[in-house]
Write a protein that binds this ligand. Structure first.
Ligand SMILES: Cc1cc2nc3c(=O)[nH]c(=O)nc-3n(C[C@H](O)[C@H](O)[C@H](O)COP(=O)(O)O)c2cc1C
Length: 184
């Protein structure tokens, strides 16, 4: 193989042009974000709300359901200038089988057109729901690459952070394989 052929699948970017933005509550998605950063470099950015969600699980579930129903986009405290970034990883938990409202806010108020967008997700075992589809919809002019999802916590059952020990090793390997398959 020639050098050109070897590189056909390579994502042509440098760490200073990579942003890893994520929403997290119990830090599972954050752990995946850090694994991505360990492999490709880039800048980590946690999405924070102007008004944080309630600590109580039932209360946040109710509030998110209400926001999803009414299409409310909760204002973010986090502001970022995306102009220097070419590749944007967007990480989030599944909430109510959807993309969490703060991530909808982020994708709504920032222009990601012409950029490469790569979603990643943790969930309680019910999958990504409509979240990846919604990323596609909210980034119509972006080059969206295959996402990654894994099982995280099950807060409903009191299972919060799980990215340690064997699980952490397993996810870390999967994340590496996924990033390799994308050409990183
Ligand atoms: C408000 C809320 C709604 C959730 N809805 C779902 C869901 O619909 N499906 C699912 O599999 N997990 C659901 N979960 C569980 C989270 O997706 C899972 O615990 C995830 O790993 C949390 O990521 P984090 O630790 O980065 O916050 C929900 C969690 C919360 C707090």
């Amino acid at each position: 193989q020639t050098q050109t052929e070897l590189n056909t699948n390579a994502v042509e970017t440098t760490p200073d042009k990579i942003l890893i933005v994520y929403l997290t509550r119990t830090k599972n998605t954050k752990a995946v974000a850090e694994m991505i950063e360990a492999k490709v470099g880039g800048t980590l950015l946690s999405l924070e709300l102007e008004t944080p969600y309630p600590e109580d699980y039932e209360a946040i579930v109710a509030q998110v359901a209400e926001e999803n129903e009414t299409g409310t986009l909760p204002p973010l405290k986090t502001e970022v200038d995306l102009s220097q970034y070419e590749t944007i990883f967007v990480g989030f938990p599944t909430w109510g089988m959807q993309l969490p409202p703060p991530v909808k806010t982020f994708l709504n108020e920032n222009d990601l057109s012409g950029k490469t967008v790569i979603p990643f997700n943790t969930n309680a075992g019910y999958g990504v729901g409509s979240s990846f589809e919604t990323v596609n919809k909210l980034c119509p002019e972006s080059n969206i690459l295959e996402g990654y999802a894994t099982r995280g916590g099950i807060e409903r059952d009191g299972v919060l952070f799980v990215m340690e020990g064997e699980k952490e090793m397993e996810v870390s390997k999967e994340v590496n394989d996924w990033l390799n398959s994308l050409g990183f």
